[in-house]
Design a protein around this ligand. Structure first.
Ligand SMILES: NC(=O)C1=CN([C@@H]2O[C@H](COP(=O)(O)OP(=O)(O)OC[C@H]3O[C@@H](n4cnc5c(N)ncnc54)[C@H](O)[C@@H]3O)[C@@H](O)[C@H]2O)[C@@H](O)CC1
Ligand SMILES: [K+]
Length: 404
């Protein structure tokens, strides 16, 4: 005989299993109410080396062949899916289910519904290799997708330096070329090929801040973009060398992101002076315990060189587009020491000391990578500039040029 308590329990269970699950998808954009929750899940579900900046997910979302959707069961939020949609195939880039709902059977139900919208659906998993640290997790994922009608295609691909194995809906043939085309189109869409003068860039920044994006959010995006492009990893030591303008502000955002991912980071301030937004992010770095020193002006070139040699990466945030005129001491010796050091150098927006319109300089930081923010600056693409830049990457952060 069932006890009363058990009877009630069975009735509740029956009610739930009877209830039809109504999976629905909603477009994610900057007005989505629980954007912060979605971002948090994205950060929890994917390690930093597999993530693209979140603002790009939102910015490119549902445009340029991308679908970025929030998933609901009726009104209950379940997670999100981010897919590159092409003619030959659709490719799930990110798929995450809210932490408390994992193992609840929702994953299979969502995929079933989603496949109705995209029959030629593909995805990638970490290859199941016994020697990997997360072997069990990899195997579980493979089993999950197999159970849901996907099969492995014996094709290994590398995304952001991480190796994956492609899977496709059963019976579907995927040409590696189609996959590559789709992914390339997506990554190319972050880049802006337009070239602006420093004044045009500043005008576009001001127009964007006045009409579309708060200045602190824009600075955060710049930092996230630089953090994403740099190939630092856990175990590396990074020094952020900061001036006193907004270029330094971008650097404090990077410092905080590095610190969050447990990458060893310190800040060297040229002066204890900040722009308003720079101060905001500097305070966050301080609150989070990031080590910070102000340049001791008695340190000469050789002391600085020895110091810089003890870092794997230097993030150059001394001057950005606000620089004009000539580099004076003590920054002159400091830049010389950066250039002579063994550290890899990432320049934020533009190599410090370089004229943004002409690419000319008396002295400027020589970078391994320069991450130009928003649009390329005229000076960056000159022959003169190319002598000082290893690789030049421009990142779209949603800056809008005013139509005149
Ligand atoms: N709100 C914005 O406009 C955004 C700006 N961003 C970043 O901000 C940078 C521009 O920032 P700012 O305009 O604040 O300027 P910078 O950060 O480029 O720095 C200029 C600072 O250096 C000083 N300076 C200029 N020439 C000098 C010289 N010859 N010797 C010594 N000091 C000199 C200036 O007085 C100023 O304090 C961009 O390159 C970009 O990295 C990004 O955060 C995106 C948004
Ligand atoms: K810089």
């Amino acid at each position: 005989m069932w006890s009363n308590k058990e009877k009630i329990w069975w009735r509740i269970k029956a009610m739930f299993s009877d209830r039809r699950i109504m999976i629905r998808f909603e477009i994610i954009d900057e007005n989505t109410k629980n954007l912060e929750e979605i971002k948090q899940l994205y950060f929890d579900a994917f390690p930093f080396e597999e993530r693209i900046p979140f603002f790009i997910m939102v910015l490119v979302g549902n445009d340029r062949g991308v679908e970025f959707l929030s998933i609901y069961d009726d009104d209950k939020w379940l997670g999100f899916i981010h897919t590159l949609v092409g003619d030959e195939l659709s490719y799930i880039f990110y798929f995450a289910i809210e932490n408390s709902l994992r193992q609840s059977g929702y994953g299979s139900k969502i995929l079933r519904e989603y496949k109705k919208m995209h029959p030629r659906l593909s995805l990638a998993i970490e290859p199941v290799e016994e020697e990997s640290d997360n072997f069990k997790q990899r195997k579980k994922r493979l089993d999950f997708y197999r159970k849901n009608g996907f099969e492995t295609l014996d094709t290994r691909v590398v995304e952001m330096g991480v190796e994956f194995e492609l899977m496709g809906a059963k019976g579907m043939e995927i040409k590696e070329r189609d996959y590559r085309k789709l992914v390339k189109k997506f990554f190319d869409s972050f880049e802006q090929k337009k070239v602006l003068s420093v004044k045009e860039m500043r005008d576009a920044d001001s127009y964007t801040i006045a009409n579309f994006v708060d200045s602190k959010e824009l600075m955060y995006r710049a930092g996230e973009a630089i953090f994403y492009v740099g190939d630092w990893n856990i175990g590396d030591k990074v020094l952020v060398v900061a001036g006193s303008g907004n270029n330094a502000g971008d650097g404090y955002v990077v410092a905080d992101l590095l610190n969050t991912e447990e990458i060893d980071v310190e800040i060297l301030l040229i002066k204890d002076k900040f722009s308003e937004d720079g101060q905001y992010y500097f305070n966050i770095c301080k609150q989070n315990g990031i080590k910070c020193n102000v340049l001791d002006e008695s340190m000469d070139y050789s002391v600085l060189l020895e110091k810089f040699n003890s870092y794997d990466y230097i993030l150059d945030c001394i001057y950005g587009t606000g620089f004009s005129g000539k580099v004076k001491e003590p920054v002159y010796s400091l830049i010389k020491a950066i250039n002579d050091s063994n550290a890899s150098v990432v320049s934020a927006d533009i190599n410090s000391g370089m004229n943004g319109d002409t690419g000319e300089s008396d002295i400027c930081v020589n970078s391994d990578i320069t991450v130009s923010i928003g649009f390329l600056k005229k000076g960056l693409i000159t022959n003169e500039a190319s002598k000082h830049i290893g690789e030049l990457i421009n990142m779209d952060i949603g800056i809008v040029i005013e139509d005149k």
